[in-house]
Design a protein around this ligand. Structure first.
Ligand SMILES: [Zn+2]
Length: 311
C-alpha cells in the first residue's frame, strides 16, 4: 500500500462520441488520438481533428459543384442566339445555383457525416495502424518510466480501442498510483467481460474514495463474479463497499436487492443507517426480503443506537 506512487493526472475531457478525439494528418493521413499538432509519423505540424477534416473536404466538394455550374452557364452564353435566350439562361442558371447552394447549406451536417464515414472506410488500415502506433508510443513512455503519462495516453487510446488488454494495462497502472478523490478517475470504460482480480481491487478502491462512480454496470459485474471475488483476499469487504455505494440511490436498492440482502450486515454504520431510513420510509420496500433483512440487522446491532431513533 505504502509503495504506491503519489501522482498528478491531467483531467480527462470526455466526448459524446469517441471518434471526436481522433485527429488525422493532412500530409500523410496518419490517425492519432495523441498529440495536438505534430504528426508522429511525418513530424509535420499538420494534425487536424477528423471532424474538421471532414468539414473541409465537404466544403471543397460543394464549391466544386458551384463553380462547375457557373462554368457551364459561362460556356452556354456564347451559344445563345438572342438577348431573350441569354436572359433566360442567366435567370435559370442563377436560380439553379441558388437552389443548389441552399440545399447544400441545409444538408451540410449530413454531408459531413457521410464524408467522415467515407474517410474511416477509405483509410481503415491507416486508422488501425495509427492507433497501434499510439499504443507503441504509450509503451515506450512506460519504459521511460513516466507511468502517469503512460496512463493518460492509454486512457485516450482506450476511448477508441475498447479491448480487455487496453483495460488491463490501464488498471495495472492505476493500481500503482495512490488514488485520490480529486483525480479524474473512471470505471465504466474499464469494466471487462471476464473476471479480473485487479479490476475488482480497483473497484474496491473506488468504493472507498469515489462511491459516486459506481453505477449499474459495476453492480452487475460484482454480482456476476461474486463467488470469484469472495475467494480473493479482502473480497468480502470489497463487495460490502460496493453495497455501501448502492445505498446511494433508491433505484439501486430496487434493482439489486440481493447485493444489500447479502451484505447489509457488513455495511459501516453510516451506510446502514441510510439504508435503514430508505427502506423504513418507502412503502415500496415493505414486506420484501430486503426490508426483513434490514430489520433483522437493526434488531441485532442498532436497536439501542441513538442515531437510529431520530429521523
Ligand atoms: Zn503525417
Amino acid at each position: 500500500m505504502n509503495n504506491k506512487l503519489a501522482v498528478t493526472l491531467k483531467p480527462y475531457s470526455p466526448v459524446q462520441y469517441p471518434y471526436k478525439k481522433l485527429k488525422i494528418c493532412r500530409k500523410c493521413n496518419h490517425f492519432t488520438v495523441l498529440g495536438e499538432q505534430i504528426c508522429m509519423f511525418c513530424h509535420k505540424s499538420a494534425l487536424q481533428p477528423v471532424e474538421k477534416r471532414a468539414a473541409v473536404l465537404t466544403q471543397r466538394k460543394c464549391w466544386f459543384i458551384r463553380i462547375l455550374l457557373v462554368v457551364l452557364i459561362g460556356v452556354g452564353l456564347p451559344f445563345s442566339t438572342s438577348p431573350l435566350q441569354t436572359g433566360l439562361l442567366l435567370v435559370c442558371g442563377i436560380a439553379l445555383l441558388s437552389l443548389i447552394w441552399t440545399i447544400q447549406v441545409r444538408l451540410t451536417p449530413a454531408l459531413e457525416r457521410i464524408q467522415l464515414k467515407k474517410m474511416f472506410h477509405q483509410h481503415a488500415y491507416s486508422l488501425v495502424s495509427g492507433l497501434k502506433t499510439d499504443h507503441q508510443a504509450a509503451i515506450a513512455m512506460f519504459h521511460q518510466g513516466d507511468k502517469p503519462r503512460t496512463y493518460e495516453m492509454l486512457r485516450e487510446i482506450g476511448s477508441l480501442v475498447q479491448t480487455d488488454q487496453m483495460r488491463v494495462e490501464q488498471i495495472m497502472l492505476l493500481q500503482t498510483f495512490r488514488l485520490r478523490k480529486d483525480m479524474d478517475l473512471m470505471i465504466e470504460p474499464l469494466l471487462m467481460e471476464s473476471f479480473n482480480a485487479d479490476l475488482v481491487d480497483y473497484i474496491g478502491e473506488l468504493a472507498k474514495i469515489r462511491r459516486d462512480l459506481l453505477k449499474e454496470n459495476t453492480f452487475r459485474y460484482v454480482l456476476q463474479y461474486e463467488s470469484q471475488i469472495l475467494k480473493l483476499q479482502g473480497g468480502k469487504s470489497i463487495i460490502a463497499g460496493v453495497a455501501g455505494a448502492a445505498v446511494r440511490k433508491k433505484r439501486y436498492l430496487v434493482l439489486y436487492p440481493y447485493l444489500l440482502i447479502s451484505y447489509a450486515r457488513l455495511l459501516p454504520k453510516d451506510r446502514f443507517l441510510r439504508l435503514y431510513r430508505i427502506v423504513q420510509n418507502d412503502p415500496i420496500f415493505k414486506s420484501r426480503p430486503l426490508y426483513d433483512e434490514v430489520m433483522r440487522v437493526y434488531e441485532e446491532k442498532y436497536k439501542w443506537d441513538q442515531d437510529f431513533q431520530n429521523g
